[in-house]
Ligand binder design. Structure first.
Ligand code: BES
Ligand code: MN
Length: 456
């Protein structure tokens, strides 16, 4: 491929931007919420849409392949023997939309508002998947692909990819590749392109606390029955000490202190405390004060409550002493922590701390370890140059607080390293109302992907 061809592909992508945006809107309009069985047919529709799009592009052996739960969309184009094989990862599933009343537009309407495309999954990560497909489309129409590609697009990422590990193991040969391009990790800001080399792991739980056999009149028994909502609140409060550290027994045993080099890496990032205050809208930041905010997000473990449910939540008042209370809780994990061990630690914590007035149950949902990716690989260099070409600055290298299970699975099961990046922004409202994609950044993303494939 020559430089003329590179330019031709960039021009082609610019000219077809509207078509690419319309493609993305079609995909966003499919409400492929993976956690809700009522959306299983939408999951199938999203997978079928992608398979059709890949086939239309000339990708070969495209297939919607069943797994234990939601299917994987696979496809390959291996027409340049001797050139690298890039495994392109994506997920077509999205998070639920509630609280739906806080959305400015219908969550699946895919409406353009100013410079943004609004809708669940626009940034996380249908926009990133369509950016990859669009970059390949532009290359294919202007002289052909300069490298070999394979696609692995799953439908379970937002529920922790529970069936993907097994599917990967069963398709080792099919997935042979030099490295994986994973655009699910976003960038630091619209002028701050970045490559991610660390992700936190996750251990997700549901804790249920049971008191009386059924709801009771709070006047008739208040004062003699330990309210399960109160007991749950006491247990949750006890999970952290005054310094914001987690009290599950043994929780930090495998957590390594940050080396001076790691501190220096974090100090190079452009984010300030003021940026985080603005991004979140909170009155003050919280957490382990001996670490900077970027360190606390990228390299320290946490325990978060996702929901609390108990008693009467309707309008008005009702004097009830509820029979039970429940919370969804997860821990973000750092390297060497093991989700199974954290589950055992949580159970030990409850055994030691729960009062004898209640009974508790702890269920474990999805889990996966943290990952650190190798930065000394050709894919990283090619992407670094590509981002530099488009943004005019060398990208930041960062560790992120989010989790992407496939990264660790590919590493441990196939020895495949991932190059993590993406064109989502910190204020895209991932998992929240009014998720959006910044379209000018998305367009730059497509252009940098063209450079990337060309650089390989
Ligand atoms: N794209 C995110 C992960 C992410 C977010 C990486 C921000 C880097 C920066 C991904 O789709 C996601 O949300 N993953 C879930 C995985 C979990 C359910 C196992 C997460 O992190 O909560
Ligand atoms: Mn997500």
């Amino acid at each position: 491929m020559t430089n003329d061809q590179r330019q031709a592909a960039l021009d082609y992508a610019r000219q077809h931007n509207n078509e690419y945006l319309n493609n993305l809107k079609e995909l966003v309009e499919i409400p492929s919420i993976s956690t809700d069985p009522e959306h299983n047919s939408d999951i199938q529709r999203a997978a079928a849409w992608l398979a059709a799009r890949l086939t239309g592009l000339g990708i070969q052996n495209v297939a919607v392949m069943p797994t234990g739960r939601h299917p994987v969309v696979y496809g390959e184009w291996l027409g340049t023997p001797g050139k690298p094989v890039v495994l392109i990862y994506g997920h077509y599933d999205v998070q639920p939309v509630d609280p739906v009343e806080l959305w400015q537009t219908e969550p699946f309407a895919a409406a353009v508002l100013g410079e943004n495309l609004l809708g669940r999954g626009t940034s996380d990560m249908k926009g990133q998947v369509v950016a990859c497909i669009s970059a390949l489309d532009a290359l294919i129409h202007t002289g052909g692909l300069p490298v070999n590609v394979k696609f692995l697009i799953e439908g379970e990422e937002e529920i922790g990819s529970p069936s993907l590990g097994k599917w990967i193991t069963e398709h080792k040969d099919l997935l042979k590749a030099d490295f994986c391009l994973n655009p699910d990790a976003g960038m630091l800001g619209k002028e701050y392109p970045s490559i991610t080399y660390g992700l936190r792991g996750l251990a997700y739980f549901e804790l249920r606390v049971f008191g009386p056999q059924h709801d009771l009149h709070s006047g008739m028994v208040g004062g003699i029955v330990h309210n399960p909502a109160q007991a749950l609140a006491e247990l949750i409060a006890a999970t952290h000490d005054q310094n914001g550290r987690i009290t599950l027994p043994g929780f930090y045993d495998k957590v390594l202190p940050l080396s001076p080099e790691e501190h220096a890496d974090f100090a190079r990032l452009p984010q300030t405390e003021a940026d985080y205050l603005e991004l979140t809208g909170v009155k003050a930041l919280w957490g382990e004060s001996e670490y900077t905010p970027a360190e606390r997000i990228g390299a320290r473990p946490t325990l978060e409550v996702h929901s609390l449910l108990s008693g009467f939540t309707g309008k008005g008042q009702k004097t009830v002493l509820p029979a039970s209370a429940q919370a969804k809780i997860s821990c973000r994990l750092v390297p060497y922590q093991d989700p199974e061990e954290v589950y055992e630690q949580f159970k030990r914590f409850l055994t030691e701390k729960a009062p004898n007035t209640i009974r508790w149950e702890l269920d474990k949902f999805s889990g996966g370890p943290a990952s650190i990716s190798d930065l000394n690989q050709p894919g990283v260099r090619a992407l670094q140059l590509a981002l530099e070409e488009v943004w005019g600055i060398t990208p930041y290298f960062k560790r992120e607080g989010g989790s992407i299970p496939v990264v660790g699975q590919l590493q441990s099961l196939l020895g495949i390293e991932s190059v993590l990046s993406g064109f989502g922004l910190p204020d895209d409202n991932l998992h929240a109302p009014n998720e959006k994609l910044h379209l000018p950044t998305w367009q730059r993303g497509i252009e940098s992907l063209i450079h990337f494939f060309f650089n390989l």
